[in-house]
Design a protein around this ligand. Structure first.
Ligand code: UD1
Length: 420
């Protein structure tokens, strides 16, 4: 197993190229199941989750050629409709194949994903919506068994809660369904918007893209012709490197980024004392005079993302004053707190709210990554902690950060990947 050895850095400087978004790539790869042609996807990040989903598709019989940052997926050869436990247990987002496989083949089995470090993460809303579209769903021996021998039918779906992968799953199912599907309380994340846009360019009529009400006209099982496209930049990776700039009081320029997807993150960093120069596709963060405390509530897009909560907590340990961070989406997404405390952070937890008393002097030690974003918070803390920090179990980081240590090294951080 690999770990990262990180020594505290003075200031960082230079340029970091942002990779394609993991959370956009996953539904877009699943979407290839709806295609009759070979689909070319460009600007994919090199992260473990992408390999996992491509392996899942290969296991189903698809042919996937992944070269540099582009993949060619041919789903015409799919001859299997079961996503097995060994893959699904390593990545919950595997559930994204349920909607498209069911829509195309009329049946699908997906292993139930099981527990998750950051909370329960049920998939009841995905299943309820598919049932409304005419699917018969049974849970047997740890598997979701879904069938729709007569095809899926468009209908009106009102999500009780906003769900990102739930919305993506139903959009894909609706694309091949008969008639119109109306999704109310749809997720508006840029990753969902890109899925809609690519489907739209492939001939699926979708009204309300980027809003909470989507109207999707299905093709009644006619497969799609999907043109080559490029994945949008990863706003969470970008936000993480902005926090690296803020915590080390450095000037960093991010390229290949879409500032418009980072509104709430930039606003909070500004409140904390950072300033920026923006172009259409670059963000330069300038060193702040002082890191100020902040109040954060995680919510669905366009509000502050839960996927940036841990990184801002690391930053808040270096703010002069008391920061309050409320997590509204996942009940257990505070696993990084105890590791940050071990580095010297003064954080108290009360239910879904963390109170961070800054500024504390952090000191390096051995810490354990517990989930993807919690891991990057530990890396950020390590950049300013005295001595040396060893971040263990970085397979969590590798799930979602493309070449993290290379990108940090290139801007002057002292980071090394070693074997346990
Ligand atoms: C996606 C992102 C993840 C991000 C999360 C919230 C991907 C691959 N992952 O996860 O990085 O942290 O959005 O922005 O895009 N819920 C239910 N029932 C359901 C589905 C969800 O109760 O059937 C609840 C969840 O427990 C959670 C909330 O709804 O409290 C939002 O979850 P959801 O948006 O579905 O998260 P994911 O799509 O799994």
């Amino acid at each position: 197993m690999d770990y990262l050895k990180i020594k505290s850095s003075d200031t960082l400087s230079g340029t970091i190229k942002i990779s394609g978004a993991k959370n956009a790539s996953l539904p877009l790869i699943a979407m290839t199941i709806l295609a009759k042609n070979k689909v070319v996807i460009k600007n994919l990040p090199h992260v473990a989750d992408i390999n996992t989903l491509l392996k899942l598709l290969s296991n189903l019989g698809a042919e996937c050629q992944f070269l540099d940052d582009r993949v060619i997926v041919d789903t015409a050869t799919i001859n299997e409709t079961k996503a097995t436990y060994d893959i699904v247990k390593t990545m919950r987002a595997s559930i994204l194949v349920l909607g498209p496989i069911l829509a195309r083949f009329g049946h699908c089995e997906v292993s139930l994903p099981g527990g998750c470090a950051i909370g329960q993460r049920p998939i009841d809303l995905h299943l309820k919506a598919l049932e409304q579209m005419g699917a018969k769903i049974e849970i047997r021996s740890g598997y979701i068994e879904a069938s729709a021998p007569n095809g899926l039918k468009g209908c009106e779906i009102i999500f009780d809660k906003i769900t990102v992968t739930g919305t993506a799953n139903i959009i894909m199912a609706a694309a091949l369904a008969e008639g119109e599907t109306i999704i109310t309380n749809a997720a508006r994340e840029p990753e969902v918007v890109q899925l809609c846009e690519v489907l739209n360019e492939s001939g699926i009529q979708i009204e309300g893209i980027g809003t909470a009400i989507l109207k999707i006209s299905g093709t009644n099982k006619q497969l799609l012709d999907i043109n080559e496209f490029s994945v949008i930049p990863d706003r969470i990776e970008a936000g993480t490197y902005l926090c690296a700039g803020a915590i080390t009081r450095s000037q960093l320029t991010l390229t290949d980024v879409q500032p418009k997807h980072l509104g709430s993150v930039l606003a909070k960093l500004e409140e904390m004392g950072s300033s920026f120069t923006l172009t259409n596709n670059t963000i330069t963060i300038h060193p702040s005079q002082e890191i100020k405390p902040v109040k954060i509530v995680t919510q669905e897009y366009p509000a502050f993302p839960t996927d940036m909560q841990a990184q801002f907590m690391a930053l808040a340990t270096q703010a002069n004053g008391v920061s309050i961070i409320e997590e509204r989406l996942f009940e257990n997404r505070f696993m990084h707190v105890s590791e940050l405390q071990r580095m010297g952070a003064d954080i108290s937890l009360n239910g879904h709210t963390a109170t961070v008393n800054g500024k504390t002097k952090l000191s390096g030690t051995d810490v354990m990554a517990t989930d993807l974003r919690a891991s990057s918070a530990l890396v950020l803390a390590a950049l300013v902690a005295g001595d040396e920090t060893n971040v263990h179990r970085i397979y969590h980081l590798d799930r979602g950060y493309d070449a993290l240590e290379k990108k940090l090294k290139a801007v002057g951080a002292d980071v090394e990947r070693l074997k346990e």
